[in-house]
Design a binder for this molecule. Structure first.
Ligand SMILES: NC(=O)c1ccc[n+]([C@@H]2O[C@H](COP(=O)([O-])OP(=O)(O)OC[C@H]3O[C@@H](n4cnc5c(N)ncnc54)[C@H](O)[C@@H]3O)[C@@H](O)[C@H]2O)c1
Length: 245
């Protein structure tokens, strides 16, 4: 039987993060996830147990530096080694640039970009010492294409791409791979709030003519995390029904 891997997922409580937690459990990983509340992923505990894996929630506010640092230290103490880090936690605070408040800019950058910096800085040290590891950052097609009303979000997601390519170069000699998954329009709480008319018009911009499922993003993450992707680093894999090509 393949050796168990340890994985840490930020923002794993629901949506895409929860689907990633579930997929990694199915792939034989022990999974730790960080979020402010235990959330819907608590329902995966039975599945984890039936697979012989552990699932652990660690309370964390990704917008608070000391909270992130404490949570990551706790995970490292429990897990001892980590094979996979998925920086998934993300928020939107949309608005046109001329009306965008400082808080909307700061909060989005704090959770989406600084949060990933803080987890990666600590875990890169651990993975470099282990001489193995895979880091996957969840960006967005908006980080590639831009989107009116989302300059803060697009900046954070484009920032994640440059950040990831830089880490991929820094960590390659230690056998640590760093890649990006850029989802398109995926059915979750984040997109449920969009007006129906906007959802319909978005559909016409997607070559595969449908909204994606969280699980479809999770499949790409599990692939990049696996040995099947052993020669892939510094890449951006869009899971978007062809939207950003
Ligand atoms: N849904 C989409 O269409 C879509 C498209 C592209 C990219 N994404 C990205 O995918 C990721 C997941 O999005 P989702 O659609 O599942 O959204 P979601 O709102 O359903 O889930 C976001 C997750 O992040 C966590 N989170 C948010 N703020 C946090 C904080 N301060 N501290 C700790 N955890 C926090 C939440 O608890 C939740 O688990 C995000 O990075 C998002 O930007 C989503």
């Amino acid at each position: 039987m393949a050796e168990k891997r340890n994985a840490l997922v930020t923002g794993g409580s629901r949506g895409i993060g929860k689907a990633i937690v579930e997929e990694l459990l199915s792939e034989g990983c022990n999974v730790w996830y960080l979020s402010r509340s235990e959330g819907e992923a608590a329902s995966l505990k039975e599945k984890a147990a039936s697979l012989g894996n552990t699932l652990t929630w660690v309370a964390c506010d990704m917008a608070d530096r000391s909270s992130v640092q404490e949570a990551v230290e706790r995970v490292i103490q429990e897990a001892k080694s980590l094979d996979i880090l998925v920086n998934n936690a993300g928020i939107t605070r949309d608005g046109l640039i001329m009306r965008m408040k400082d808080e909307a800019w700061d909060e989005v950058l704090a959770v989406n970009l600084t949060g990933a910096f803080l987890t990666s800085r600590r875990i890169a040290r651990l993975m470099a010492g282990q001489r193995r590891g895979s880091i996957i950052n969840i960006s967005s097609v908006v980080g590639i294409m831009g989107n009116g009303g989302q300059s803060n979000y697009a900046a954070s997601k484009a920032g994640l791409i440059g950040f990831s390519k830089s880490l991929a170069r820094e960590l390659s000699s230690r056998n640590v791979r760093v890649n990006v998954v850029a989802p398109g329009f995926i059915q979750t709480a984040m997109t449920d709030v969009l007006p129906e008319a906007l959802k319909e018009s978005l559909n016409t911009q997607i070559p595969l003519s449908r909204i994606g499922e969280a699980q479809e993003v999770a499949h790409a993450v599990a692939f990049l995390a696996s040995e099947k992707a052993s020669y892939i680093t510094g890449q951006v894999l869009a899971v978007d029904g062809g939207m950003a090509m």
